[in-house]
Unconditional design. Structure first.
Length: 75
């Protein structure tokens, strides 16, 4: 396994938050990079959606309480 392949496999493992399956060792470094990119983009998109939903939910809290509620929920 080349250094580039090893680096991309480690990057994919970080994106998966687990070791990739052994069969992924057959993929080229470019394919591993594509998978890691897709997982990272999906995670960022999901996090952005959750943040947006949380901000929308805070609109239901009375204006004077929003600051303290935000600090409690999002330390």
């Amino acid at each position: 396994m080349t250094t580039d392949a090893r680096d991309q496999r480690e990057r994919l493992g970080t994106a998966l938050r687990d070791q990739p399956p052994e069969s992924f060792g057959q993929l080229t470094p470019a394919r591993l990079a594509v998978l890691a990119d897709a997982l990272e983009r999906q995670r960022e998109s999901r996090a952005a959606g959750l943040n947006e939903a949380a901000e929308e939910a805070l609109k239901l809290v009375p204006a004077l309480a929003r600051g303290p509620v935000r600090r409690i929920l999002f330390r």
